[in-house]
Design a binder for this molecule. Sequence first.
Ligand code: SAH
Ligand code: SF4
Length: 363
Amino acid sequence: MPVGFIYSNETYALGYNIYSMKTNLRSLSKTELIQFIEQMGQKPYRAKQIINWLYKRLANSFDEMTDLSKEFRADLEKKAYISNLTLLQKQVSRDGTEKFLFGLEDGESIESVVIPNTKGEASYSLCISSQVGCAMKCLFCRTGGLGLKRNLRSYEIVNQVISSKRLIGKGEITNIVFMGMGEPFNNFKEVRDALMKITELIGYSKRKITVSTSGIVPGIKKFGDEGPDVNLAISLNASTDESRTMIMPINKKYPLENLMKACREFPLAPRRRITFEYVLIGDINDSSEDARRVTSLLKDIRAKVNLIPFNPVGSSTGLKKSSEGRVLKFQDIINKAGITTMIRKSKGSDISAACGQLKAGYK
Ligand code: SAH
Ligand code: SF4
């Protein structure tokens, strides 16, 4: 039975599919993969070759692994398979941003976005998803409107990197951000396993990867304790509990005081900073008082701030963009307090690939 037709997520829980008993090689950690190859009666260096094919040369089938003998490849074909994402749709924005809609093995779909670092150059940042949908229900975010469908498995997260690399061809992905669909710390284990694969097997430096959270305090602590120490971003988005709870319901459970305490206690590596993302919504969180309160919240934290003009996503929430004047004033106040503050240009909005617009759905 072809793997693509198995419709149960549990099927993959053990890393193999119970119908064919084939092991999904991309579900295995480095150690597990070496063991698997050894159990096939092969020399350890064969595992290295396979890792190289799977994670560096981005092979999607055993046929591509031309430096392995025909017999070994046939044996692999019998015992193992390589899970892949299916590209269902690709959209290219005027500014060069590309959005990929990927199909998963159970028929769900997710989105990943590649954003050019500099206009006209084939070097990109990749924005990936950690869940199908999201349970957090932030008022301004389109993914939140979907609710949570399910967690992604680590290999489904890693496959977004692999498939995107394949799709951009000669281009290069320099940075990876977990800012697509989903709340990474609600899927902690799989996100951590994915980070291990992205760093150890694909070879990305930890400082080129950023995980963004809506502020799940126990997740921030666990992440600080257990790592891996990739960059941390917090979606702050408000300066008072009242306004934050209104737009981010998670703030009821983990109010600003607890959130900022977790940030202050976070074991930041030398020369690193925590990024605070702040979506500017007209008359909700964009006043000068808000900006001043943000600077006091961030006191004693090595922080930088990313201001994101709100992206109206065709919702009926009545939320609106901040005016340019208010955005600049907000930036100025925080900058003057000595905190680096950038305004993030909303790229890919013409193809609904900008922040908060991701909403996988295939019609
Ligand atoms: N769930 C995680 C990561 C994904 S959301 C988190 O919330 O941090 C990634 C970023 O997109 C967050 O900073 C969020 O605040 C921002 N975002 C969501 N909806 C948006 C919108 N409509 N306009 C602009 N930014 C938005
Ligand atoms: Fe989920 Fe992040 Fe969107 Fe909030 S902003 S609903 S946490 S994806």
